[in-house]
Design a protein. Structure first.
Length: 225
């Protein structure tokens, strides 16, 4: 088995994973063995999502393994009719991009989500997935170490991106909880729209972490007094 990890910075109270997995169409491993491998590689961390290509063999076993483990999964099949022989590498690139985007979506001040790429035995298509993952994880002048979070990619001189201290975040959460139910529902919808919170994110609580969030919330509160 080939294993490649695209980690986020390690200083965080907790860490979680989005897994991108693949392997050969001729892989005959039972899904129980695949589940055991995935569980061991996850190291006991919370797994938000498992992405795979939906083909026979390894992908089918990965799908059943994720179901056995109670993990959500997302199928991203290659578009062979559209892209021809290039469909496999294109799908692998999109698979990794989607995994990174999902990990960034689950990253907050209290939890940093990483991408874990697991490649089961396979052929050229599996090798392409591993090569692209290694290229994404490898800085230009250092050995593979870390991918920057979405926050790290923002301009450092924007004061709105300054992180909030834990006490301020707790105070904001307490203030928000005092809102009447109809106002709270409107607040949640407006916050999600303003800061582009993914629709599948169960809560916005972990998204309130920057000065711009604080300022927007204060404006909302003043306008709804």
């Amino acid at each position: 088995m080939v294993l490649c990890v695209l980690p986020q910075p390690i200083e965080a109270p907790s860490r979680s994973l989005v897994i991108a997995a693949g392997g050969g169409r001729d892989l005959a491993w039972p899904h129980q063995r695949v589940a055991a491998e995935l569980l061991a590689r996850s190291g006991g961390r919370l797994v938000h999502l498992v992405l795979h290509g939906g083909a026979r063999g390894a992908d089918a076993a990965i799908a059943r393994a994720a179901d056995q483990l109670g993990w959500c999964s997302l199928v991203m099949p290659a578009q062979w009719q559209l892209h021809g022989r290039a469909a496999g590498p294109i799908r692998n690139r999109e698979l990794l991009q989607q995994a990174i985007a999902r990990a960034e979506g689950h990253t907050s001040l209290t939890c940093l989500a990483s991408v874990l790429v697991v490649a089961f035995p396979g052929g050229p298509g599996t090798a392409s997935l591993v090569q692209q993952a290694q290229a994404a994880a490898k800085p230009k002048t250092e050995p593979p170490s870390a991918l920057p979070t979405a926050a790290a990619q923002q301009p450092a001189d924007d004061p709105g991106l300054a992180p909030l201290d834990p006490a301020t975040i707790r105070q904001l959460h307490a203030t928000i909880r005092t809102l009447p139910a109809p106002v709270l529902e409107g607040f949640s919808k407006a916050f999600r729209k303003r800061f582009q919170v993914p629709a599948d994110a169960p809560s916005i609580a972990d998204r309130i972490c920057q000065r711009r969030h604080h300022e927007w919330i204060e404006t909302f509160m003043v306008s709804h007094r």
